[in-house]
Design a protein around this ligand. Structure first.
Ligand code: GRF
Length: 190
């Protein structure tokens, strides 16, 4: 299965995918970002994977940007889109191009704490547990069908940074597991 990854930042989830499912169940064929300076693009380039940035300023509006992004992914034969720390909301015009084939990782137990600053939201709410969700992307913000979830107790005295580290360890297992699951399901469908 040919996978395109969208990432805005550090790219640790991309690294986890490269180290686990890439070259096995799936092939990561391209990596795109909304940010030209995303470390994820360097990670991809070092792995020999084609990259492209789609900065907001280069397009008249969000739809134009996301259509260009969808076209680029299609040119690379992408069958599954993985948003791994992609911080822009995808336009419905983009989502319609990859029906049921966009996967996102989110650092909370959805439907709790959707959107940005999910870790800070969980801490502010004083909830005893939080976790990681991998879900299919629909037109809402972090609202699509859940594929996998894993919960974790919030340690006493945790701050956003320490909790982020804890959650990322889970993300780095859960996202590859979901991608593996989808690749196998698609292979079985023939
Ligand atoms: C992840 O923790 C993800 O949940 C959040 O952004 C982070 C991206 O990290 N939305 P990375 O770029 O994969 O290192």
């Amino acid at each position: 299965m040919r996978v395109g990854v969208l990432a805005s930042g550090h790219g640790s989830n991309l690294e986890a995918l490269l180290a686990s499912v890439h070259g096995r169940e799936v092939r990561i064929v391209c990596v795109a970002s909304d940010r030209e300076d995303a470390r994820a693009l360097i990670v991809a380039a070092e792995a020999g994977i084609p990259t492209q940035s789609f900065p907001k300023v280069a397009y008249p509006d969000r739809v134009a940007r996301d259509v260009a992004l969808a076209d680029w992914l299609t040119e690379h034969g992408v069958e599954l889109v993985v948003t791994a720390g992609y911080m822009a909301i995808l336009a419905p015009e983009f989502i319609a191009r990859f029906p049921g084939a966009i996967v996102n990782v989110h650092p909370s137990l959805l439907p709790a704490f959707p959107g940005i600053r999910a870790i800070e939201q969980a801490l502010a709410a004083g909830t005893p547990q939080t976790g990681v969700t991998v879900h299919l992307v629909d037109e809402g913000v972090d609202t699509g069908p859940v594929l996998l979830q894993e919960a974790v107790e919030i340690p006493a005295g945790a701050d956003a940074e320490s909790l982020r580290v804890l959650l990322q360890e889970i993300e780095h297992r859960l996202l590859p597991e979901a991608v593996r699951m989808l690749a196998r399901a698609t292979a079985e469908q023939g």
